[in-house]
Design a binder for this molecule. Structure first.
Ligand code: SF4
Ligand code: SF4
Length: 116
């Protein structure tokens, strides 16, 4: 499953540079699928959603660092553990997202999709 940042985040910025998919953004920052990936132009995400990878999207949080679910692979294909969780100084601040439970196969498929 993807992971999410909870409201115990202290906005320390430690997690953001560690994400291999650039799935983490600072509060208020716009995001795109193309940031930190090989995606460009019109793409169809694994969930069937069609998006313009280069289009900047509205921030998902103005208060805390946030994670773009469609870019999180739980670090599969890059690392043995979630780098954001490993580097976050606040225990249990970043947790598994119960609304996005995914198998290792799906996470690896996403990793290939983002960077293939
Ligand atoms: S688990 Fe890995 S891929 Fe997902 S947001 Fe954290 S660092 Fe990025
Ligand atoms: S490392 Fe943890 S506390 Fe720091 S910005 Fe990321 S989620 Fe927030």
């Amino acid at each position: 499953m993807a992971v999410l940042i909870t409201d115990t985040c202290i906005n320390c910025a430690a997690c953001e540079p560690e994400c291999p998919n650039q799935a983490i953004y600072e509060p208020g920052a716009e995001w795109s699928m193309a940031d930190g990936t090989n995606l460009t132009g019109k793409v169809t995400l694994l969930n069937g959603k069609e998006v313009d990878a280069d289009e900047m999207q509205t921030a998902l949080s103005d208060e805390f660092y946030y994670i773009v679910t469609d870019k999180c692979t739980e670090c599969k294909g890059f690392h043995d553990e979630e780098q954001c969780i490993a580097f976050c100084p606040v225990p249990d601040c970043i947790i598994p997202d119960p609304d996005h439970v995914e198998s290792e196969a799906v996470l690896l498929e996403r990793q290939t999709f983002l960077h293939g």
